[in-house]
Design a protein around this ligand. Sequence first.
Ligand code: MN
Length: 198
Amino acid sequence: MSLQIYSKKRNFENTPEPSDKAVKSKSKLSFVIQRHKSSHLHYDFRLEMDGVLKSWAVPKGPSLNPKDKRLAMMVEDHPFSYKDFEGIIPEGNYGAGIVELWDHGYLSDIDNSEKSAAEKKLKTGLNKGILKFRLFGKKLNGEFALVKIKYKQKNAWLLIKHNDEYAVNENYNSEEHTSAKSPINKLLLKEQASILQE
Ligand code: MN
């Protein structure tokens, strides 16, 4: 049901993205953050619930500084298998551009309950518009919240790091935590070079 919008937006004969076969992870819930260079560079923040990935597009990327409130626009659910997707979405397709993994790992509720209890609490938070969760990733760890806000656009949330042992005081720019080998960075360098030549 919830993947209808995802499937409607895509033609799986033309994009390498996974189709909507629902699968679930076994003992723990998963999260993934993908860096996506389409018409704009943004980060896609995805949390597993009910066998799909609840998804938000975060234009400025996540932050580990609790003072930052990063706008996160909720988008359509993505299939669970999307958590491993990296690659090029060809021109003419929805979201055409480059997708690369930025961070991934496990997701839980704040109390780190076992999977089914955690999932229940996360879904309650999601429905209330105050979703508190804990990440166990390579770059992002500890407590976070997604808070739904009233904004000119619907589906606007704020992504906020809670103050815990993983929080930082200094400025946090997710762009400074990308891989040197990143295909997106290579493309951005090329674009900069061509602008300088003009
Ligand atoms: Mn995206």
